[in-house]
Design a protein around this ligand. Sequence first.
Ligand code: CP
Ligand code: NVA
Length: 310
Amino acid sequence: NHTLKGKDVLTWLDFTQTDVSQLLAQAQDLKENPHNSMLSGKTLGMIFEKSSTRTRVSFEVGMVQMGGHALYLNSRDIQIGRGETIADTAQVLSGYVDAIMYRTTSHEKLAELAEHASIPVINGLCDIYHPCQALADVFTILELKGRLCGVKVVYIGDGNNVAHSLMILSAMMGMEVVVASPKGYEPDPAIVKKAEEVAKENSGSVKVENDPAKAVHGADVIYTDVWTSMGQEAEAEERLKALADYQVNDDLLKIAKDDVHFLHCLPAHREEEVTASVIDGAHSAVFQQAENRLHVQKAILQSVIGNPNS
Ligand code: CP
Ligand code: NVA
């Protein structure tokens, strides 16, 4: 087994298809056998600058199920909130905990923490990536379809952090990924370019377009996320207008394959980016997907800080 010990998990661009396949297999094992002592005596520090339900709870529960412990550190309550530097925080925490999960407003801050920490840093969401989410997404697609290679996943809506990580990881796993966004809300062209390079190396494909109906033809999976991400609240009204034609509803689902699956990273806003009929309907796998956050993050933790012999 290729070792990921000591590695940061900031973006899947730093990993290979082999690494990810290994993590997915480990997550499958952990889903079947949730309890072990691989993280006995280990502590995960979790710094949150933004709200969270899934990420916070799944990381904490995951640590406990493997014999470890997790600390919830709200950035407002620790000294980072009063101006202690990220570099100092990184070095101090490195003396206490075994890994840091960081949910932050900017990828630069995440990279700075990782640079100054001597322990693995895991991206719990930033402005441009959400890698743990994407790992749960492809794990769920693998469960639903029994394969990844050649599966067509179509992301509809805001070209945000979730879209970026999904694009990169789907491309890496040999999938066909299409992102349909309105003008001005497309994924970052620099990240699209990187995803295209990854796709080329792994027989995947990446396409960005503006027409959701065209995009979902033949889709195996339709995915969406909120139109207003955390920190963009001031733009909410403008976004609601710009994205109005990108709602995932029954009409859009009809264009996809009959057995299409619907995914959403959650939290969701019913009747905005998705209708209740879709997210609460027969095609939806959103709660299976949410549960899978737990299993895949345990695989990450086990790989980067696990004791191989326990
Ligand atoms: N999907 C996700 O990351 O959810 P939380 O914001 O609740 O952690
Ligand atoms: N794009 C959303 C995802 C939340 C899990 C956000 O950044 O707020």
